[in-house]
Design a binder for this molecule. Structure first.
Ligand code: MGD
Ligand code: MGD
Ligand code: SF4
Ligand code: MO
Length: 710
């Protein structure tokens, strides 16, 4: 008799390899993930997947995946490990943490996580259950959350672009954002492509000539780090030429007259020497944006990678507000919040514990009263590890972050981590960061977990279920690890099962279903309601969009947007520019890797083998650099090597280098992390954004030279 073929079971789930959201179908045979495809029924991707999602099987089944807990046996960073059981790992972590909490107080234990992870809020939840206010994520001060916190204070909620409501935008303004490579970051790249297919007017603000810039009606090639000046010039034109929506502004905004006076001086001509953008082009772009409705602002992290990020975000958020593009079909819209507020257990922190959050006294939008979910200030946390100032941080639990590559100033980060008494790292793979830990835990990848996702992020109009289809080795989801640790440590809160928490979130969001029921359905789409403010106003102190922010004024921050020169630029530091004459920007997203991830996946790596930096052919010729050469990129803080990509799509005065590079194929424990890692060039020292604590990741001064091949 012929052997019966084992049937394939198909699970509906959601890809979380980036900020996530693409619906997927996971095909499992004999407990093995054999195929992943886009779910044609998903409203976010309609069956498509990006290059990263496409290789999910390679990620999940990769031979280098961590499969069991391990304990370090040699000195820190010696690369010597032994296998231990989960019981041993949990007991040791619980014992060490309880001892540190007893001796130094709970705030001596810090937690770190990575961007947009499914478990990000579980990290803060566990910290709060433990009694520590010190958790952090490299994106909180630098990415997305500055936009979230600023918008909540300005509009009372976070607006997103309306990609699923059925009305296409007539104009799309992409500002420091390239969602064709980077989405989803609140939207998916597929929704963006569908919107582009309807042929809207396109405006792009980017120092690099991206695919979008090539398609744009107007491309503004600004000097990196000068978005605040350019945004003020936009406001000057829109207000000065009376292009704003007067009835809307009159009825629904607060402080318009003050703003009008304030931006009078910031003409496009004023901005030219700062931004390098011709005044006429600024006028053309501002007019096009204001006159074409509905219009969307699609903004990205480039505007947040500077120490004046909050004021830049504030100024930009006023463009849709003044032109009446808020909460309208095909424009910006507030979400329906289909997932309820996450039970972060922050109420478990006493006022004294809250006050100890590192940086909270200074950076109120990051760690204090202006924060949606307060977190610690990373440079202050690192100083506490290194120098015990203002108090000592002894333990660091890293759940899904490659600290050595994605925080600014990697050399100082290394020094700080080496001072710890105890470090735990949960990851899918060994990384240069995990090599510094005492205990490493094998985290489950997204096809191995149960979770819910709400897209766009914060707005949550589409609620989707992640469901566990397979399990690799002894891997455990981060969520399950936290629950088990809370139980072992006998914490008073935070011990409910993962499913109980997911059910409570769904109940709070008003979706009348359990997690089990959501898994059956795959996803739920809640239709947008528009102009919700007409019923009760905006959720701000004045009930209006606060162009003049009363909350900023009360917290002691500038209530109207302003411009500041980047701290390390040809204008602010001419003496540095003599030795380092080029402007460096970093981290523009590429479609094959997510931040520091995926370098071990050959099917992605073969599409993008080497770290690559963009340079103008004239500049390259001046320094004797030819196409494909390795080149040194050097700042005052260090030097790295990346391969030169010559392109006329970049200003001859600018270099754009990639971020996140390490080389899994090179020997442990360093994996080549000191060769091409762009954060050896960045700085985490002051100045910081006064409200958010943000440091500078783009717009620094550098020089280049030809490097010998490796
Ligand atoms: N110079 C420069 N630096 C930057 C940027 C830049 O543009 N320029 N961008 C900044 C921005 S915006 C951000 S948000 C940060 C991002 O920084 P990170 O959040 O640190 O990003 P990743 O490199 O994605 O690190 C995630 C780690 O989590 C692991 N991982 C993946 N899935 C899971 C999981 O489910 N559980 C666990 N436990 N681990 C998992 C991965 O293997 C990887 O090691 O980088 C910042 N750094
Ligand atoms: N495939 C993939 N997707 C990702 C990520 C990834 O690593 N890979 N990372 C995720 C993360 S953490 C984030 S935050 C998002 C980021 O995604 P985006 O918000 O799209 O940000 P980037 O691609 O980093 O930068 C967007 C554009 O800003 C330009 N830029 C550089 N400097 C400046 C500047 O000073 N001003 C202006 N106006 N533009 C500038 C760059 O040239 C780039 O084209 O993507 C997420 N999605
Ligand atoms: S865009 Fe993000 S969620 Fe979609 S397939 Fe790619 S990695 Fe997955
Ligand atoms: Mo980010």
């Amino acid at each position: 008799m012929p052997a019966l073929a084992t049937p394939t079971v198909v699970f509906k789930s959601v890809c979380r390899s980036c900020h996530g959201g693409c619906g997927t179908l996971l095909h499992v045979r004999d407990g093995v993930l054999v195929k992943v495809e886009g779910d044609p029924q998903s409203p976010l991707n309609h069956g498509r997947l990006c290059p990263i999602g496409t290789v999910t099987v390679d990620l999940v089944n990769h031979p280098d995946r961590l499969q069991y807990p391990r304990r370090r046996v040699g000195p820190r960073a010696s690369g010597q490990w032994t296998r231990i059981s989960w019981d041993e790992a949990f007991d040791e972590i619980a014992e060490r943490l309880l001892a540190i909490r007893e001796e130094f107080g709970p705030e001596a234990i810090a937690l770190g996580t990575g961007t947009g992870r499914h478990h990000i809020r579980w990290v803060s939840r566990f910290g709060h259950a433990l009694g520590t206010p010190n958790w952090c994520e490299p994106g909180f001060a630098q990415c997305f959350h500055p936009r979230v916190n600023t918008c909540i204070l300005t509009f009372g909620d976070f607006p997103v672009s309306d990609f699923t409501g059925g009305t296409p935008p007539a104009c799309m303004l992409f500002w420091g954002h390239n969602p064709l490579n980077s989405g989803p970051d609140g939207e998916t790249r597929f929704n963006v492509r569908e919107a582009l297919d309807t042929n809207p007017k396109i405006i792009v603000v980017d120092p690099r000539e991206t695919e979008l810039a090539r398609r744009a009606d107007v491309w503004l090639q600004l000097r990196p780090g000068t978005d605040d000046a350019l945004a003020l010039a936009f406001l000057n034109v829109i207000i000065g030429e009376q292009l704003y929506d007067a009835p809307f502004v009159e009825r629904w905004t607060h402080g318009f007259d003050l703003l009008r006076e304030h931006v009078r001086a910031f003409t496009p001509e004023w901005a030219v020497p700062i931004t390098w953008v011709a005044a006429e082009k600024v006028r053309e772009a501002a007019r096009l944006f204001a006159r074409t409705k509905p219009a969307m602002l699609e903004w990205g992290c480039a505007i947040e990678h500077t120490p004046k990020c909050i004021q830049t975000v504030r100024a930009l958020s006023m463009l849709p507000a003044l032109t009446g593009n808020v909460d309208v079909p095909g424009g910006w819209v507030f979400g329906m919040h289909g997932i309820g507020r996450f039970p972060s257990l922050i109420e478990n922190l006493t006022p004294e514990a809250n006050a100890k959050r590192l940086g909270a006294d200074r950076f109120k939008l990051l760690g204090g009263e202006g924060a949606d979910l307060p977190s610690a200030h990373i440079p202050t946390l690192l100083q506490a590890m290194r120098e015990g100032i203002p108090y000592s941080v002894k333990a660091f639990l890293v759940f899904g972050n490659n600290t050595l590559t994605t925080y600014a100033n990697s050399a100082l980060v290394y020094e700080s981590l080496m001072k710890l008494d105890f470090m735990v790292c949960a990851d899918l793979f060994m990384t240069p960061t995990a090599e510094l830990a005492d205990i490493v835990l094998p985290a489950a990848s997204w096809p191995e977990i149960d979770q819910i996702a709400g897209l766009p992020t914060v707005a949550a109009n589409v609620v989707l279920a992640n469901q566990r289809a397979v399990r690799i080795g002894e891997s455990m989801s981060d969520e399950e690890i936290f629950v088990e640790l809370a139980r072992r440590m006998k914490l008073p809160v935070g011990t409910e099962s993962v499913e109980e928490v997911l059910n409570s979130q769904l109940a709070r969001g008003g979706l009348d279903m359990t997690f089990a029921e959501l898994k059956e359905k795959g996803s739920v789409t809640i239709p947008f309601k528009y102009r919700k403010y007409e019923d009760g106003g905006f959720k701000t102190p004045t009930g209006k969009i606060e162009l003049y922010s009363t909350r900023f004024a009360a917290m002691g921050y500038a209530p109207l947007p302003c411009y500041e020169e980047p701290p390390e630029s040809p204008i602010s530091r001419p003496e540095v520019a003599e030795d380092y004459p080029l402007v460096l920007t970093t981290g523009a997203r590429i479609p094959y890797f997510f931040n520091s991830e995926h370098r071990q996946i050959e099917n992605l790596r073969k599409a993008h083998r080497h770290p690559t930096a963009e340079i103008h052919p004239e500049t390259a010729a001046r320094y004797g650099i030819a196409k494909g050469d390795w080149m040194w990129i050097e700042t005052k803080r260090g030097r790295i090597r990346q391969r030169a990509r010559l392109t006329t799509g970049i200003d001859p005065r600018v270099i754009a280098a990639e971020h996140g590079w390490w080389f899994p194929e090179q020997p442990a424990p360093e994996y080549g992390v000191w060769r091409s890692n762009v954060n050896l060039l960045t700085d985490n020292q002051p100045p910081y954004d006064p409200a958010m604590g943000t440091y500078q990741l783009r717009a620094l001064l550098c020089r280049v030279a030809r490097a010998e091949p490796e």
